[in-house]
Design a protein around this ligand. Structure first.
Ligand code: ZN
Ligand code: ZN
Length: 345
């Protein structure tokens, strides 16, 4: 079986590995169809780690994928051979306090697809996963749409965590990468139409505008606080941070109104952020952390099937399996207007 593995920093190579085998009666073997290149894959590619998660070479990354069921274990009932499936990359234990408490995404024994030391990624012709990670979507979604459900579900979850009770609120998003755009798409689908996007890359601002952002701010050219104040005198109710930048967090605190919510989704390069606690306390801001997603895959599928979200709008590039190293190079360097690159196996 062919797979593409990281062999050192910024180096990927094709290799031949053993066919993965069904081990448990509830496992399924999936022929991978489409893989999305994620910002977290890029961290492993360019830095060899995310925080304490360090790559041991060779390692296949990739966790955003769709595929076709090619073999099922004896007890599988959820899917059948030939089904196109959305794959939730998160494999929880089902037994710990977190799983029992309805938080499988913070499972203490969680294993994640394409995460070093956990599960090999999906940049491989076939993978084996437990059936509960598979959501059949034959005839409902394309292979590409199905692979985009994973990043979309994170945007859906971030917005759900913000617990917006009134669609007339004013919202802001830092970052117009795939997650920032997923958040924007979910907000618009909910009927929240007053959403500003703050992003230094002009081509990404243009994409946010095409999707429906109400106003755009380039923090490298304009003062974020001044620009927001021009549009929203009382400032913003909710701000989503999807860039992982300290400067974005600092600006977010400035542009939130008293009682506002700061939703942290982006992965910062270092483990720590500094917060202006004087402002945070005076405004009594709420900070919400987002860990991947929890129970939002089905909602994300429904939003795409119903046409409320055109998730493919975030795709800027398509590559063949052999072109995977080129895809990573382009996404890492923000080259050629890259937002979301898809690899077609
Ligand atoms: Zn991802
Ligand atoms: Zn668990």
């Amino acid at each position: 079986m062919k797979k593409i593995v990281l062999t050192s920093i910024r180096k990927m190579e094709p290799t031949v590995g053993d066919e993965p085998k069904i081990e448990k009666p509830t496992d399924v073997k999936i022929k991978v169809s489409v893989v999305g290149v994620c910002g977290s894959d890029i961290h492993y590619y360019s830095e060899g780690k995310i925080g304490s998660q360090v790559v041991k070479y060779p390692f296949p990354v990739g966790h955003e994928c769709s595929g076709i069921i090619e073999e099922i274990g004896e007890e599988v009932s959820r899917v059948k051979v030939g089904d196109l499936v959305v794959i939730d990359p998160s494999v929880h234990c089902g037994e710990c306090d977190q799983c029992r408490g309805g938080r499988p995404h913070t499972c203490r024994n969680n294993k994640f697809l394409g995460c070093p030391g956990q599960l090999d990624g999906c940049l491989a012709e076939s993978i084996v996963m437990p059936e509960f990670t598979c959501f059949p979507v034959t005839g409902k979604l394309s292979k590409t749409q199905a692979a985009l459900i994973e990043p979309l579900s994170i945007g859906v979850y971030a917005v759900n965590l913000a617990n917006i009770s009134d669609i007339k609120i004013s919202a802001g998003i830092f970052g117009a990468g795939p997650i920032g755009i997923s958040i924007l798409m979910k907000l618009l689908a909910e009927g929240v139409s007053n959403v500003g996007t703050i992003e230094p890359l002009e081509y990404r601002l243009k994409k946010a505008s095409e999707i429906g952002a109400s106003y755009l701010i380039n923090p490298e050219k304009e003062d974020v606080e001044t620009e927001v104040q021009k549009r929203e005198e009382l400032l913003l109710d909710v701000v989503f941070e999807a860039s992982g930048e300290q400067e974005a967090v600092s600006n977010a605190i400035k542009i939130l109104k008293p009682g506002g919510k700061l939703v942290l989704v982006g992965i910062p390069p270092s483990a720590e952020y500094a917060f202006n606690m004087d402002l945070m306390r005076r405004k009594e801001l709420t900070v919400i952390n987002v860990r991947r997603q929890n129970h939002c895959v089905e909602e994300a599928i429904d939003l795409v099937v119903s046409g409320k979200i055109d998730v493919e709008k975030m795709v800027t590039h398509n590559f063949s399996f052999d072109e995977t190293p080129v895809a990573f190079d382009i996404v890492e360097g923000y080259k050629d207007g890259a937002i979301k690159a898809m690899i077609n196996l």
